[in-house]
Design a protein around this ligand. Structure first.
Ligand code: C2E
Ligand code: CA
Ligand code: CA
Ligand code: CA
Length: 283
């Protein structure tokens, strides 16, 4: 403590904090105008089965900011959650994904493709969540059998009864559920048994060093056998190399997502990716 700086001294100006607040206010204003100007888009990252078959994609939100370029969702999703702007944003992602499913349903080669959509805590716990999802499906005409909703562990531990009831209603219409970032959250395994889940997604933090870190390998093996005993499919995220894919095949994980196959792509690129995969399987 500097001399003369009493215990009750209040610092009126902290440049770092000031900058952070200004940044937050600017970002919130930008989010609002971005929504008005349709500056958001959905990218698609392929999910691939061991035999090379394309299962579908995860829909990932992107913000085409007028001056900052493409902004990552990790930079704006937390603020969107705090401000409630996540609700219109999620509405947009879900509607875009459902419309894409309808477009794919027109062609036999793409009719079976599945889309996974990330659901935020605030969105899921909103009292209109079930109606929002069912309403969007009905409005678009998308087949609920081709839609998966990705939930995170932290969202599920809160108010279990309501969580189970919402999931059960949506599942009865054909929607699937996957547990995202598995292993990074609360890790109370008892809830896994109670929740009507279909898929576990092993977090990419366990996949990254799979080849070199024995504890990561042990965790991945455990998640896979857990999935087998609970009859859940297991998807590995963040698969970046062929060696990692080989290791996953040996451990018994059969569905992958990651840069090895493709980065998330705008829809035109993703449709090209589909066509390329189809010609590769045929020839
Ligand atoms: P997530 O749901 O865990 O999504 C996977 C993230 O990992 C994506 O980042 C993806 O681009 C990235 N990724 C995919 N393959 C690889 C790989 O091989 N290596 C590495 N290092 N990374 C890989 P992205 O698109 O920046 O999204 C970040 C997070 O933002 C997502 O994590 C998700 O939590 C959130 N998010 C994205 N879109 C939405 C959305 O529409 N709604 C909500 N609520 N959250 C979203
Ligand atoms: Ca996800
Ligand atoms: Ca994830
Ligand atoms: Ca993640």
């Amino acid at each position: 403590q500097a001399k003369g700086e009493g215990r009750n001294t209040i610092r009126f100006f902290d440049p770092d904090m000031q900058a952070a607040i200004t940044n937050r206010i600017t970002l919130e204003a930008d989010l609002r105008s971005g929504l008005k100007q349709n500056d958001f888009l959905v990218y698609y990252q392929p999910q691939i089965v061991k035999d090379g078959k394309l299962l579908g994609a995860e829909a990932l939100l992107r913000w085409q900011h007028p001056s900052r370029g493409l902004v990552s969702p990790t930079e704006f999703i937390p603020l969107a959650e705090d401000t409630g702007l996540i609700l219109p944003l999620s509405e947009f992602v879900l509607m875009t994904a459902c419309n894409q499913l309808v477009a794919w349903a027109q062609h036999p080669e793409t009719a079976e493709l599945n889309l996974s959509v990330n659901i935020s805590a605030r969105q899921f716990h909103h009292r209109d969540f079930v109606d929002q999802v069912l309403g969007t499906l009905a409005k678009s005409g998308a087949n609920p059998e081709n839609l998966t909703l990705e939930l995170t562990e932290s969202l599920l531990v809160e108010d279990m009864e309501s969580v189970i009831s919402k999931m059960t209603t949506l599942k009865s219409r054909g929607i699937s559920f996957s547990l995202d970032d598995f292993g990074t959250g609360y890790s109370s395994l008892s809830y896994l048994k109670r929740l009507p889940l279909d898929i576990l997604k092993i977090d990419q933090s366990f996949i990254r060093d799979l080849l070199t870190d024995p504890s990561d390998e042990a965790i991945v093996r455990t998640v896979i056998s857990l999935g087998q005993s609970l009859e859940l499919a297991v998807i590995a995220e963040g698969v970046e190399t062929g060696e990692t894919r080989e290791a996953l095949i040996n451990i018994g994980c059969h569905v992958y997502q990651g840069y090895l196959f493709s980065h998330p792509l705008p829809i035109e690129e993703f449709n090209k990716f589909i066509r390329k995969m189809q010609t590769e399987t045929i020839t």
